[in-house]
Ligand binder design. Structure first.
Ligand code: NAP
Length: 491
């Protein structure tokens, strides 16, 4: 593999070029994207601003590699992928630091994210060996019906900035495990955790061209991915408006589509809940990644009987446990928000809620450290007419709504176009099943605030997307089903 990169001494895994067919391609001298550290505002590096021609090159490379990768046995692919996961684990510390520097999340969370990336790869390496076919009882005496499964082909993958490693990792894992090859476009704000995954894959022996990673103009790259006939599937994680646009372009060219989109998660605490556990879950669910995850609690509903006590405990936990600062510093568990736009969004939602009668009881403004550091915020007396009831916050702002009955809270929880994650706390078994079945969401946490694992499916209802990632279901979207009718048997 030839390299034309300028390596930055302080960040050993930084790669300022795109990976196409096993070669690092730069070209950033003429046109580049600057990447900054959201904790300090410093530019940490640049990546190329590529468009359609370079994307077409990457697709050609992936197509050539598909001929090799798809013909390997699942066992051969598995062994290479397991080695890749091991190489990631061997570099976990440096990968986590890189992730924190480009994205801002605290080092402990970044370390966990890198571990999850490796776990997705291990899971789908093994799952690739279980892509079983079928023999269906034939209605004809002289013919047999055989069903086999084949990889769809070259996959176009587009990912967001909030999990720069694991969002791409779980797409690559399922794609490679099933025998597909990939052209990936990471978010422009966090390209480095993605770029290095490609290099580590090749270091582990995965053939050049199986993974191609390209940075640049989202619209141009997406247009090429959606219109190029060699691409057979588009997988996207990001916001709902972009996902809808992309899905319609991809479907116009009859490509398979998987969409992991936005959320507006309700977090419900019933009178019977264990309040300490509910507070622990609310802190984890609301404030992980400073509130910047698609499964973060967006609206907290507390039943009237425990509203005061739960709110007081949540306020104490926020004030005692959450420490804002540079994610590289020990003890920090609330990093900066990704950019000024994210800060403006949180400020807008808080101002709207206050204007409509909400009371900020802790936080509420930019942190004294400035930049994009924001105080973890708790607002009481939230009401359904507030913007935060409808919109994804993506920041450390927890509004608490009061409700009276199970029926009311289910209606409020489902009153959204989103349907990704939801959570509720109760110790009433009947209520557990009633509420679990009534909530229109793809992921349900019952007495748990963090539920993602490679072993379970991850996918949204309604405007939160289509398809699933993770688990045995995650490989289905990368597979074509082939029916062969075998006749002429002389039976
Ligand atoms: P975004 O603006 O939709 O961007 C996501 C990706 O799409 C980036 O790579 C971006 O590229 C690219 N993109 C932007 N405009 C595009 C276009 N017109 N055509 C094709 N691609 C385009 O979302 P984000 O702000 O990065 O991420 C936050 C959103 O992702 C939230 O809504 C969150 O809920 C969602 N999310 C969902 C999941 C899930 O699994 N359901 C997981 C994580 C996040 P550039 O960076 O170059 O603009």
């Amino acid at each position: 593999m030839s390299s034309t990169l300028s390596l930055t001494k302080e960040i050993p895994l930084l790669r300022e070029a795109c990976l196409i067919g096993g070669k690092w391609v730069s070209g950033y001298e003429s046109n580049s994207i600057s990447v900054n550290n959201p904790a300090t505002g410093e530019i940490i590096g640049r990546v190329p601003r590529f468009g359609r021609p370079e994307t077409a090159d990457a697709i050609d490379a992936a197509q050539a590699a598909f001929a090799v990768w798809s013909k390997m046995t699942a066992v051969e692919r598995c062994n290479l992928m397991l080695r890749w996961a091991d190489v990631i684990t061997e570099n976990q510390k440096e990968l986590a630091e890189l992730l924190t520097i480009e994205m801002g999340k605290p080092l402990a969370e970044a370390t966990g994210e890198v571990a999850i990336t490796a776990n997705y790869i291990r899971f789908f390496a093994e799952e690739g060996k279980r892509v079983y076919g079928d023999v269906i009882p034939s209605p004809w005496k002289d013919r047999r019906i055989m069903v086999t499964k084949e990889p769809v082909g070259v996959v176009g993958a587009i990912t967001p900035w909030n999990f720069p490693s694991s969002m791409l990792g779980r797409k690559l894992a399922a794609a490679l495990g099933s025998g597909c090859t990939v052209v990936a476009k990471p978010a422009s704000q966090t390209p480095y955790s993605a770029l290095i995954l490609g290099e580590l894959a090749e270091k582990a022996g995965i053939p050049a061209g199986v993974i191609n990673i390209i940075t640049g103009s989202a619209a141009q790259i997406a247009d090429e991915l959606c219109e190029n006939e060699k691409i057979r599937k588009i997988t996207f994680t990001g916001s709902t408006p972009v996902g809808k646009q992309l899905a319609s372009k991809a479907l116009a060219n009859m490509k398979k589509v998987s969409m992991e989109l936005g959320g507006n998660a309700p977090f419900i605490v019933f009178d019977s809940a264990d309040l300490d556990k509910a507070v622990e879950g609310a802190i984890a669910s609301k404030f992980r990644n400073s509130g910047q995850t698609c499964v973060c609690a967006n609206r907290i509903y507390a039943q009237a009987g425990i509203y005061e006590e739960f709110s007081a405990k949540l306020k104490a936990a926020i004030e005692d446990q959450l420490r804002v600062g540079d994610g590289l510093k020990p003890g920090v568990n609330q990093g900066p928000l990704i950019d000024g736009g994210a800060v403006a969004k949180v400020e807008e939602l808080i101002a709207d809620a206050v204007e409509k009668g909400g009371t900020v009881v802790t936080g509420g403004k930019l942190d004294a450290q400035g930049g994009t550091f924001f105080e973890p915020t708790l607002l009481l007396n939230a009401t359904p007419d507030m913007k935060v009831a409808k919109e994804e916050t993506f920041g450390p702002f927890a509004p608490v709504f009061k409700f009276e009955s199970e029926e009311d809270v289910i209606a409020m929880a489902n009153d959204t176009e989103y349907g990704l994650a939801c959570y509720f706390y109760t110790q009433d078994l009947g209520q557990t099943f009633r509420v679990m079945e009534a909530l229109e969401y793809g992921l349900v946490g019952v007495n748990e605030g963090v539920i993602t694992t490679e072993y379970a499916p991850f996918g949204g209802y309604k405007d939160s997307g289509m398809g699933n990632e993770g688990s045995k279901y995650g490989i289905d979207d990368y597979i074509n089903i082939k029916y062969s009718c075998i006749g002429g048997l002389g039976l």
